[in-house]
Design a protein around this ligand. Structure first.
Ligand SMILES: Nc1nc2c(ncn2[C@@H]2O[C@H](COP(=O)(O)OP(=O)(O)OP(=O)(O)O)[C@@H](O)[C@H]2O)c(=O)[nH]1
Ligand SMILES: [Mg+2]
Length: 289
């Protein structure tokens, strides 16, 4: 079983006869839109396929299929998909609206890094609900890593400050910072992320740093709206696309990479500790098509 087997596939290549005619391209366009790429991206992808088919003299449907995979993989390659963890400590900040899977993703990545013998520290900077720190504590236990937390309602930037001090003192390799997805209002949330950013700038000015926006793939085009808002407020370095199991159609990954120019770095396909993988653009394209 492949990692992206749960993805809803675009099966036009299986359905169509052998001819690469206008009907074929029209139907392909429609399938892409139905797979959540959005209209503009669907048009661009099909135009690029037509261009390459002509340039490469492609006649057969299976060759066109391979070509489409390459077109999609290229559209998804918006930069380095690996995590930059080159300094000790490095900091990875997880942001995104509530319920997208931030805390769960931190648990999964923490467990992976732990297995690679990294010294990992979780930082519970979602102080909005008491349950948030409790949930992260459970994941810390599961992953076998330490956690820095404070009481409910504490200043999230102060928790980050504590975690960074602890990371320096204990010579941790990576600090994974959980943040709130919901506050009293959106401006509050963006201000808070800003404040957290400034604390990291001040305490670890030369450290490797990632800001990962976590998006729920099942929310489709709505994910793009969130991505725009967070990008403006926090300067994203990568996307984690969760819930690619279930009803997600996946095309949203292409729209996000294209519009934001930010690589998808991880894909989540379930609630378990092993249900997360570094994102492989070609594997994803092949699963989709
Ligand atoms: N099916 C599936 N469920 C997931 C995935 N990632 C997270 N979940 C589930 O989504 C729900 C919300 O996940 P959380 O990690 O609590 O989300 P969050 O972003 O931390 O939410 P807030 O703390 O409320 O902002 C949980 O029930 C998770 O188990 C995934 O890749 N696939
Ligand atoms: Mg959470």
């Amino acid at each position: 079983m492949g990692f992206f087997d749960a993805l809803k596939k675009i099966n036009i290549f299986a359905r169509f006869g052998s001819e690469l005619n206008d009907d074929f391209y029209d139907e392909l366009e429609e399938s892409l839109i139905l797979a959540d790429t959005g209209m503009d991206v669907a048009l661009e992808l099909v135009a690029e396929l037509r261009r390459r088919v002509k340039e490469e003299g492609i006649r057969k449907l299976d060759e066109a299929r391979d070509c489409m995979c390459r077109v999609i993989a290229d559209a998804l390659s918006a930069g380095d998909p690996s995590l930059n963890l080159s300094t000790r400590p490095s900091v990875v900040l997880f942001i995104g609206v509530n319920g997208v899977g931030k805390t769960t993703t931190i648990g999964k990545i923490g467990a992976q890094l732990r297995r690679q013998h990294c010294k990992v520290l979780f930082c519970a900077a979602d102080t909005f609900r008491a349950a948030a720190a409790e949930q992260l504590t459970i994941w810390a236990g599961r992953a076998g890593v330490e956690i820095v937390k404070q009481h409910e309602g504490a200043d999230p930037a102060a928790v980050v400050y504590d975690a960074l001090s602890a990371a320096k003192a204990r010579r941790a390799d990576v600090v994974l910072v959980d943040t709130a997805g919901r506050l009293h209002n959106k401006q509050n949330l963006m201000n808070e992320l800003n404040k957290i950013s400034r604390v990291i700038d001040r305490e670890l000015p030369d450290s490797a740093r990632e800001t990962l926006l976590v998006l729920d793939a099942t929310t489709g085009q709505n994910g793009l709206v969130q991505a725009r808002q967070f990008k403006e407020a926090a300067g994203i370095t990568g996307i984690v696309l969760t819930k690619l199991d279930g009803t997600a159609k996946g095309g949203i990954a292409i729209a996000i990479a294209k519009e934001l120019g930010v690589p998808v770095k991880y894909a989540g396909v379930g609630e378990g500790v092993d249900d997360l993988k570094p994102f492989d653009a070609m594997e994803f394209a092949q699963a989709l098509i």
